[in-house]
Structures are given as C-alpha cells and as structure tokens.
Design a protein around this ligand. Structure first.
Ligand code: 5AD
Ligand code: SF4
Length: 475
C-alpha cells in the first residue's frame, strides 16, 4: 500500500516507501568546521527545499553528514499532508533527542510544513526542538542557529508572497547525477477542501523564468540529463518579465527549458486538471525531450465528491481533458492521485473512482485514504464519517484496479522499442541497468555494449509486470 507516500506528485519516491525520509548527503569531508544531518519527508518539493537549505548551510561552514551522532545540527524537513506523516516525524524527534542527551550542545531543528502548526508545541511545551523554520524562512536559518547556540530557542514560520529562493543554487544531494528537481513556483491558491498545503506553504508565486533556465543549463553542463520542474500547481506558473512586461506561461517555460539541449529531458509535476492548457499539450507533443507523461490527479471519480473537495471540475470535464491529452499526444502516459473515503462518499461514488482509473488508463496512481487535517475547509465543514475499515477496504479496491490497469498497459508495451535514460544499476543485480521511458515507466535490461549511467539507449520490451518492464538493448 502506498499510503506512506506523501506525494506532491511523488516523482520517484512512491514505489519504495523506504525512500521516505531518505538521508541526503553530498560532502562528508572535513573541509567543513561543522556538520549537519538532515532527513526529508513528504513530497519532491520538500526534498528540493532540503537542497536549498544545504546550500544556505554550506555558506555558514556546515557540511552534511550521514551519521546523526556526528552532527552539530540535526534537521528534519517535515510534511503535514496526512496524519501518518506527522506521526513519523514525532518518532524521529524522540530519536534525535536521545542523540542530544548523549551529546549536549547538538541543535535540533524542524523545517517545512509542520513548522507553523506545531511550533508552540514542539518548542515550548515539549521542548523537543531548538529551532522551527517554515518553508519560506530558510534564509533566516543562520541567525536562528546562532541564537540557538546561545541558548535561545528560535522560530520563524512567516510565509512570504515573494520568496522563491531564485538566487540560491541548490546543493544537489542524494542525487543519482542523472536527474534533478528544479522548483519553479511555491505555494498554492487552489483551496482543495482536504488539503493543508495552502496553509503550510502559503500563496502561489512563480520564480524568475531566466533563473530556472539558467539552473537547467547549469545542471546539463554538470552532466545531468533530466530535470523535473516542480510546483504544487505547475500549470498556473506565470511570471512577468519586469523589463519587458512580457508574461511567461507554463507552456512558454517548458519550451524555454526544452531548448537548453535536446539531450536534457524535461518532466514536471503536478498539473491541476483545471489549469493544463492545449498550449502545454502542444509543447509536449512538439518537443521530443519534453516527456510524454502527465500527472493529472483526479482525486475522485464522482462529481458530487469532487464538488465537496472543491476541485472546480466535474467528472465529465475531467474525462474530456483526458480525451484531449490522448488526442493531441497519443503516446502520453497519465498518472493520478486518488483519495478514498472522503467525507460522505457512498459505495456507488467510490465505484465511479474505480471506473475513472479504467477509463483514463492511468499507468500508475498514488492512492491514499482520507486523513482529516486540522484547519482545512473539509475539517471545518464536513464530518469525517467514513469508518477507517471502510476507507481501507475502498483503498485496497482502488489499488487492485490500478494494479490491473497498470499491468494491461505494460503488457501492451511488449515488442515495442523505447528510448530509455539509464539511471544506474537495477536494485536486484549489478548485471542489469535500470532506466525510464519518456512515459516514466521503469525498464530493467541486461548491460550490453559500453553504455553507462546517463546514456540514452533504445530498449525493446520483452515482458512486463504491473510495476515495471523488462527488455533488451535494441541497438
Ligand atoms: N488525506 C489524504 N490524502 C491527501 N492528499 C492531500 N491531502 C490529503 C488528505 N487530507 C493527497 C492528494 C494529493 C496528494 C499529494 O496527497 O491525493 O494530490
Ligand atoms: Fe509537500 Fe508540505 Fe504537502 Fe507534505 S504537506 S506534500 S511536504 S507541500
């Protein structure tokens, strides 16, 4: 089950829940006077933020370590999207405090989405942490750290209307050297009734388009072959050039990044069905290096539930959007996020969710049962009235249907040849490579020839399960 997987869009992290809270590290050397240890939970945006934090800390003389016992500063970048994500962080904080008892003087900091909601509790009531820093306040970390070194517990959870960290070059950590995230916007103005994000990450703002292109160029120059443009709602990206007053839309931005180099693959996440335009679809169609893959969360297959969720589209509208995608980009893969057991959802409405999975032919979905979040519209307006067993049963039905649809999609790929970007060795065997197709499908294939990580190679698919494809190099 994937409930452990707090996606924005999850990119790479949903299949393997062990990657949750992945420790990121790049430089574990003695050039740095002090060491920090960081764990990140939640969505790709959070992982990307941790890379910004690492960059800010490096300027202060902090190098990262994988070993929390060696750290002067232990940080946890937190997620609030479901209750379970918050519980995990609390467990980690008690472990960090054991380290601190062994080594007094170690500072513990909470970053990210839990900061605002739990600041008072964590800092004052439970005295579990020394600093609490919200997603828009990372520039203040050095000041807060030096205050904490003098014994002042520090907090900054102010949300900003401007902060995009455009000028900070993220320190790529835990990366495979092939793909990297680029954050293109922050916050969310959508107000889906179930979602805590507008409260934890604030209002939507878009980053300077030229700084995004420069970051993509820099990554390509360093040898990266794939960038994923990240935002809570990338299709509402909009940036006005202060000089020319020209407006850059998401479709424009996609093309600008695609032009960096034909060998740089472009992905993006997440799209809101109400905002994705034909211009974006044409850009995907027309540029070979913009991946034929759209994460288009439906959340529910029923129009009444969608209205309660405040998604601003109904089922018919969503179906038409899916049809339009397949019409313009016939080889496009579509994936989704699904919430089971939202307030007052009936059995028949749940069945419509099973139907939308089949109709949309999702190649994969991130599936969750509803978890009420304090302060959200749904928590204020609706009763969380679906019993947990029912939510779990509906979730298992959703997983089962998705698994069958994924399997069928993968079976259809047998005999076809795909251009695959090699990401590294397969987990199971050093004799095999693991890579991805443009459609974001994982392909495992034996190492033949002189190919290496970061190369593109044509692979003919020979078999498939619901989770991946197997093949052989075709050329
Ligand atoms: N309960 C369960 N799932 C949620 N998501 C967001 N909020 C909740 C919640 N309160 C899911 C949505 C979203 C994904 C990132 O997480 O499916 O698209
Ligand atoms: Fe990402 Fe924050 Fe949302 Fe979690 S709550 S998915 S970390 S934006």
């Amino acid at each position: 089950m994937y409930d452990n997987n707090p996606t924005l869009e999850n990119i790479d992290r949903k299949i393997d829940p062990k990657l949750q809270g992945q420790v990121i590290e790049q430089f574990d050397n003695d050039a740095f006077a002090k060491k920090f240890y960081i764990e990140s939970y939640g969505c790709a945006m959070n992982f990307s933020d941790s890379e910004i934090v690492a960059s800010i800390l490096a300027k202060e003389g902090y190098g990262s370590t994988r070993d929390m016992d060696k750290a002067d500063l232990i940080l946890v970048n937190t997620c609030s999207i479901r209750e379970k994500a918050e519980e995990t962080v609390r467990q980690r904080l008690s472990i960090f405090n054991k380290v601190k008892r062994k080594k007094p003087g170690t500072l513990i900091g909470v970053l990210g989405c839990m900061a605002e909601r739990l600041k008072a509790k964590l800092l004052e009531e439970e005295k579990l942490v020394d600093i609490v820093v919200g997603p828009d306040a990372y520039r203040d970390l050095p000041t807060l750290i030096s205050g904490a070194e003098d014994g002042d517990r520090g907090v900054n959870v102010l949300l900003s209307r401007e902060e995009t960290y455009a000028d900070i070059s993220p320190l790529r950590m835990g990366s495979n050297g092939v793909s990297a995230f680029i954050s293109i916007m922050r916050g969310c103005d959508n107000m889906c009734s179930f979602c805590v994000v507008p409260f934890t990450r604030g209002r939507e703002r878009s980053r300077d388009a030229f700084s995004i292109v420069a970051e993509a160029q820099d990554l390509f120059d360093q040898g990266f072959k794939e960038v994923t443009l990240l935002g809570q709602n990338v299709d509402s990206y909009k940036w006005e050039n202060p000089g020319t007053k020209e407006v850059v839309t998401f479709a424009d931005l996609l093309i600008m990044v695609a032009k960096v180099h034909p060998d740089l693959r472009i992905r993006f996440s997440t799209s809101h069905p109400k905002d994705i335009t034909d211009e974006v679809l044409y850009a995907i169609r027309d540029y070979e290096n913009i991946c034929k893959y759209i994460h288009l969360p439906v959340q529910s297959g029923n129009s009444r539930v969608l209205k309660l969720m405040n998604r601003t589209y109904d089922r018919e509208w969503y179906d038409q959007k899916v049809d339009r995608i397949y019409e313009i980009i016939p080889d496009c893969a579509i994936s989704s996020d699904i919430i089971c057991g939202f307030c007052s959802e009936t059995e028949d409405e749940h069945k419509e969710t099973l139907e939308v999975i089949k109709r949309s032919k999702y190649t994969l979905s991130y599936m969750f049962f509803y978890s009420e979040r304090p302060g959200t519209l749904a928590a204020r307006k609706y009763e969380d009235d679906i019993p947990l067993e029912v939510k779990k049963r509906r979730l298992s039905e959703v997983i089962e249907v998705q698994s069958a649809v994924s399997y069928a999609s993968n079976q259809k790929d047998i005999g076809k040849t795909f251009k695959v970007l090699i990401e590294g060795d397969s987990k199971k065997s050093a004799d095999d490579f693991k890579g991805r197709t443009s459609q974001f499908k994982t392909v495992i294939f034996p190492k033949t020839g002189n190919y290496k990580k970061g190369d593109y190679v044509n692979v003919t698919v020979q078999s498939g399960t619901s989770g991946s494809l197997k093949g052989i190099i075709a050329d």
